[in-house]
Design a protein around this ligand. Structure first.
Ligand code: R5P
Length: 292
């Protein structure tokens, strides 16, 4: 481990320069991966825009029944046409999502805490690789708690899943968790996303922050931005727009879609930003037209 005395602050991110090692494949950092990995990533990231609209409905894994997700069997089919990738637990997917859908699957494989726990950072790998294969998962999502009490065990979980994923060509999605007391700064997200990427994940989910383009530049795999708590729709569209402008390759929103009174229209508006280069203003106008 490097001696930290006299450590220089990283600053040369070359944010204007494109990633230099794509090897002819459009997904960042995936140039040297095998066909199976690339196929899964191509299921997630649209080959034309290079981006993805993920819909997160994995909240039940620690929150139980969540406002807006009381009836997964009703909510998911309504939103499905506007989504590229479904992010959920195997319980939700197997029971409430028809297997004849053509969407990519981001399977939540870590678990272990609930809202009743003060510290949520202790998880285990709850889904083994055989079941991820049976579910035809396009990636396996693992929560990673950098700087939290459970950091070591979450890195252990992440490594196990990455190792198994590499054996069977299934990408791993490292989800950067933010605890109640943890800073949401570019300093933290640069640290956390880079650690997770260097552990070997093929894609990262994290939060938007100031200097986001530097977080993206320093992370050698694609970043999808998490939605977080419910915002007014126009603010959520601005978050989506800034994320894509900053170099995110997609959004993985939950509450900002399913807790909207107009969830399908919200998903469509997000889609315009992610795939059609709409600005937040254009997407807001699209949303308003769609609901009236
Ligand atoms: C994030 O860490 C987890 O995957 C969540 O369960 C979920 O994705 C959160 O979605 P949102 O914050 O957009 O409601």
């Amino acid at each position: 481990m490097a001696d930290q005395d006299g450590l220089k602050v990283a600053k040369d991110y070359h944010v204007e320069e494109a990633f230099a090692n794509n090897g002819g494949f459009y997904v960042k950092g995936a140039g040297s991966l095998d066909w199976g990995m690339k196929k899964h990533l191509a299921n997630i990231f649209d080959p034309k825009s290079g981006n993805t609209v993920m819909f997160a409905f994995d909240h039940g894994y620690f929150m139980g029944s969540t406002a807006g997700l009381e009836r997964l069997d009703l909510v998911i089919p309504r939103l499905m046409p506007h989504i590229d990738c479904l992010m959920g637990t195997r319980g939700a997917l197997r029971t409430c999502v028809s297997p004849d859908n053509r969407k990519a699957i981001a399977l939540r494989v870590s678990s272990g805490s609930s809202m009743l726990n003060e510290d949520l950072s202790h998880e285990v790998v709850a889904v083994d690789i055989e079941d991820s294969i049976r579910m035809n998962a396009d990636c396996m999502a693992v929560q990673t708690f950098i700087g939290a009490d459970g950091q070591l065990s979450s890195i252990d979980n992440l490594s196990r899943v990455i190792n198994a994923g590499l054996r069977y060509s299934i990408p791993t999605l490292g989800v950067v968790a933010v605890g109640k007391d943890m800073e949401r700064t570019d300093r933290f997200f640069k640290l956390a996303t880079r650690i997770v990427a260097e552990m070997g994940v093929q894609l990262v989910k994290t939060y938007y922050c100031d200097n986001f383009e530097e977080v993206v530049a320093a992370c050698p795999v694609p970043i999808v931005v998490a939605g977080g708590k419910k915002l007014p729709e126009n603010e959520a569209l601005t978050l989506a727009y800034r994320s894509i402008q900053g170099g995110a390759r997609g959004l993985d929103m939950g509450r900002n879609i399913f807790q909207s009174e107009h969830s399908a229209e919200m998903a469509q508006a997000i889609r315009q930003i992610v795939h059609e280069a709409y600005t937040d203003k254009q997407a807001w106008e699209f949303f308003q037209d769609a609901i009236h």
